[in-house]
Design a protein around this ligand. Structure first.
Ligand SMILES: [Zn+2]
Length: 654
């Protein structure tokens, strides 16, 4: 590990708080120091209040902020004198501590200050940095961890045995720090948890953190504690992954994303001869439990995991001072020799976080093993964090989940027009979306964890199966299928319609959709919220026009295919509905020139032409996309085999 400090960047920071933001971000940038909201930092500043009086303010990381992206407003300005008074109380409950901190801040709109605020306040240094550095937790999570940590740091760090974060930890640290610090002390190690550094400037505190973590890394290097990789090929079966996801979703009681994370490291770990011992002890640092649960599922028997989780809950809940209600008993990390690791979460982002955290946990465990044996905290300590009111509050903050949370939609023809709008509509409702298109623009439509764009010619069955496989390994299944890709050719009467032109339209608009439906059926059947298919038909089905025989016939056949699917798949709970849009002019098909030509042909202005329907309204891609997404939602939960026009009203259709 090396320092990322840059004199150039330092010059751009304004004031002490600006430097605090800068060095916090430097820590956040290194995933081996902190992961996803972990760790915290602070600075003590003297400020004048409205009455001109000077006050000491502790700016400490607010909960819900990530060090990597923190802004000045992510720090909560707490009155330091009050923090120190609180720390001198003989006891203080967690909810009262939170209340006291929230009511003694300089800014009403500031976030809730970190639960380690009292500890930051008690350390008598202007800047305080705290991380869960992999190298430090690897050494401390061993059988003789405390002796090893002392060997690494001597009197550079005060060493504190594990205590649950909050009031008690602050008191223990304040006392032990006062007793054991020497002139050489630049940090403090919390066993099985993490490390603190401090200093009189942002840079000093940051550089000391790097120095201390380097000492731990050097120690690991001297003991040749490194990870193993497996080169045996993985056998990832997408259908088996979808079945596993269904099991996990059933255990959780809600749809879940399951990401398969197959690589040399996860395979090597999952195939480790001692995997049953080393993986079933606990997390590298306690607050990971909120994301990963205490231990991974080994193998794919979800019901066995659920049983053992229930047992863990009842055993430890019985010892708690207040009644606890059980969280969902579904695993978040799965380890299996066939695919290495899989990570589960309520959203694609959550699953990515679980993957990141466990990838670091693998390193920590293997390094600790090389030091003579990984040894995590006892289950009771982990339970106390998992069922701690304050941690629970963090998770509950998010409120009601969106309509399609944990679900996956696949949209064809996603690079433009209705398909592109549908991607946005499904994303807005919380689904993870797989966009498929021949146009490579589909790949860069969105850069976010819940979207993947795959380029594919859907008339090529092999390519199509590859796309489905990739989608399922990325998110765990396919719950909603939107058949949108299609081509339109007109202006040719039947007498002039060549067989090749006919076949081309049929290939894309009909045959490819049959292949897609056939290949997606096993996944739709496994959908935790029941499978749904939305077919984009056309006004031409109920009201064909001359000159578009191939298009109209292909859409009519597709509609009939959807009706038969509704009949055949009803027993599997899969709903299949069709939309018949008309005159959607904001798609790639309709350039301004074409529009002007068509309007002229009818003796109309462009805007008259665009609204030549009963309601005199213009139909946009977004209108169709929103209806398509809603048809997959609860409003249409009891509708299948329907054909719904979205055309502003058309006399021939009505
Ligand atoms: Zn911590």
């Amino acid at each position: 590990m090396r320092s990322l400090w840059s004199d150039e960047e330092e010059k751009q920071c304004s004031g002490d708080l600006g430097l605090r933001v800068y060095s916090s971000r430097l820590l956040g940038r290194d995933k081996s120091l902190v992961l996803h909201g972990g760790g915290n930092t602070s600075v003590k500043l003297r400020e004048r209040n409205l009455f001109g009086e000077e006050q000491d303010i502790l700016y400490v990381k607010g909960s819900g902020w990530d060090l990597e992206t923190i802004e000045p407003q992510g720090f909560s300005p707490v009155h330091l004198a009050h923090v120190l008074r609180l720390a001198s109380l003989p006891t203080l409950t967690d909810p009262e501590m939170v209340n006291q901190l929230a009511t003694h801040m300089r800014r009403a709109a500031a976030p809730a200050p970190s639960i380690e605020t009292l500890l930051h306040g008690c350390l008598p240094y202007q800047y305080v940095d705290h991380t869960h550095a992999d190298a430090v937790v690897a050494i401390s999570n061993t059988r003789d961890g405390q002796a090893r940590i002392r060997e690494v740091y001597g009197d550079l760090c005060v060493v504190i045995p594990y205590v649950i974060p909050g009031f008690d930890l602050a008191r223990v640290c304040a006392r032990a720090f006062g007793e054991h610090k020497t002139a050489n002390t630049i940090g403090m190690v919390l066993m099985n948890h993490g490390i603190f550094s401090f200093g009189t400037s942002a840079r000093e505190s940051y550089e000391r953190m790097i120095q201390l973590v380097c000492l731990a890394e050097d120690y690991l290097g001297r003991h040749q504690a490194t990870a193993v990789a497996s080169i045996l090929p993985a056998a990832t079966d997408p259908l088996a992954q979808a079945e596993l996801r269904r099991g996990i979703a059933d255990a959780a009681g809600v749809p879940m994303i399951l990401k398969t994370c197959t690589n040399g490291r996860t395979l090597g770990f999952a195939r480790h001869p001692e995997i049953a011992r080393i993986s079933q002890q606990g997390p590298a640092t306690p607050d990971h439990v909120i994301r990963t649960k205490r231990v991974p599922l080994l193998g794919t028997d979800v019901s066995r995991y659920v049983e053992s989780y229930k047992h863990y809950f009842s055993e430890h809940a019985a010892k708690a001072s207040e009644p606890k209600s059980m969280l969902d008993p579904a695993p978040r990390v799965v380890l299996a020799p066939a695919f290495g690791m899989a990570a589960a979460g309520r959203t694609a982002k959550d699953a990515d976080i679980v993957e990141d955290i466990y990838a670091h946990t693998i390193d920590v465990i293997l390094q600790a093993e090389a030091l003579g044996g990984f040894q995590a905290l006892p289950a009771q300590d982990i339970f106390d964090i998992e069922y701690w009111d304050l941690e629970q509050a963090k998770l509950k903050k998010s409120g009601k989940p969106p309509m399609f949370a944990g679900e996956i939609a696949l949209v064809t023809g996603a690079a433009s027009g209705i398909g592109k709008a549908a991607v946005a509509s499904f994303l807005a409702r919380g689904a993870a979306v797989v966009g498929v298109d021949l146009n490579p623009a589909v790949e860069s439509l969105h850069t976010r964890p819940d979207y993947v764009g795959l380029r594919c010619d859907i008339t090529d069955e092999r390519a199509l199966l590859d796309v489905l496989r990739e989608a399922v390994l990325r998110y765990g299944g396919i719950d909603m299928l939107m058949l949108n890709a299609g081509i339109f050719s007109s202006g040719r009467k039947i007498a002039d319609l060549g067989s090749d032109a006919w076949r081309e339209v049929m290939n894309v608009n009909l045959d490819a959709n049959l292949m897609l439906m056939r290949a997606c059926h096993p996944y739709l059947k496994l959908a935790p919220g029941r499978g749904r298919v939305v077919v984009i038909g056309s006004k031409n089905v109920p009201a064909p026009g001359p000159g578009a025989a191939a298009y109209s016939a292909s859409k009519a056949a597709l509609t009939q295919l959807a009706r038969v699917a509704a009949l055949e798949w009803g027993a599997d709970g899969i709903r299949v509905n069709t939309l018949h849009p008309d005159a959607v002019f904001d798609t790639g098909l309709w350039t301004e020139d074409v529009l002007a030509q068509r309007a002229k042909h009818y003796g109309m202005s462009v805007s008259q032409y665009k609204t030549k329907n009963i309601l005199r309204t213009e139909i946009t891609s977004r209108d169709v996309a929103e209806l398509a997404a809603e048809m997959c939602g609860p409003l249409f939960a009891k509708t299948t085999g329907a054909q719904v026009p979205i055309d502003g009203g058309n006399e021939r259709v009505i």
